[in-house]
Design a binder for this molecule. Structure first.
Ligand code: ADP
Ligand code: MG
Length: 238
């Protein structure tokens, strides 16, 4: 359960048509990367899917149901924010448990889900620490943990690694890919980094000025870029 379809989705801010009209099919279990230059509309598109922004036109179908008017919490999706969105005064355990507490889940179930998530993310020994007592990578894992406990149908990542240093970014990239292999849950991952896109994606969506230039596997895009923009952006030898 994690298919998402966008039908003629558009977004206008005032006079600016940031997303003219997008059609896209995301299959259950896919790792989909939205890639494109800064300002092309990646975050806006993700926020439309999450329900954090209202569409100006079109429909968002999640698991076969029209979710266009649904509140964010009812869409079954979990957005992973950058690690600095953690609560500094709360332990790792409380940070991960937070969405479940808000949802009124009982304590025994919270404890079980937090310890399951901690196992998956290698955070078991760090549950009583505060975020400041963790490395950048561990903090990012806590941010992911907060999404995992909700058992979403899809994870939405918006440039989750952009405030980590280069070496750590490579590590976290591998960890998120491994997490996807383990959970087999749909993931939509936004980045402006071509290398992240090419190494992580099952399917890449290349965006430019709010339009899709091409959708395909990394190999498709590399071998048969649809146009010069894609070729230049992906770095293929066309
Ligand atoms: P990206 O994530 O690809 O860098 P964004 O989706 O953040 O791009 O932004 C796409 C365009 O929409 C930019 O020109 C940005 O200035 C504009 N934009 C985004 N959010 C708003 C908003 N709330 N109000 C007005 N313009 C916005
Ligand atoms: Mg963005």
């Amino acid at each position: 359960m994690g298919s998402i379809t966008l039908r003629n989705v558009s977004k206008v801010f005032g006079e600016a048509k940031v997303i003219p009209s997008i059609n896209l099919e995301i299959n259950d279990g896919e790792f989909v990367v939205f890639v494109g230059p800064s300002g092309c509309g990646k975050s806006t598109l993700l926020r439309l899917i999450a329900g954090l922004e209202d569409v100006s036109g079109g429909e968002i179908i999640i698991n076969g149901h029209n979710a266009t008017e649904l509140a964010p919490a009812k869409r079954g999706l979990a957005m992973v924010f950058q690690s600095y969105a953690l609560y500094p005064h709360m332990s790792v355990r409380s940070n991960i448990a937070f969405p479940l507490k808000m949802a009124g889940v009982d304590k025994a179930e919270i404890d079980r889900k937090v310890s399951d998530a901690a196992k998956v993310l290698n955070l078991t020994d760090y549950l009583e620490r505060k975020p400041r007592q963790l490395s950048g990578g561990q903090r990012q894992r806590v941010a992911i943990g907060r999404a995992i406990v909700r058992q979403p149908d899809a994870f939405l990542f918006d440039e989750p690694l952009s405030n980590l240093d280069a070496a750590l970014r490579v590590n976290m990239r591998l960890e998120i890919s491994e997490l996807h292999q383990q959970l087999k849950t749909t993931m939509i991952y936004v980045t402006h980094d071509q290398v992240e896109a090419m190494t992580m994606a099952d399917k890449i969506v290349v965006l430019n000025r709010g339009n899709i230039e091409q959708v395909g596997s990394p190999l498709d895009l590399y071998r048969k870029p649809a146009n010069l923009f894609v070729a230049g952006f992906i770095g293929s030898p066309r």
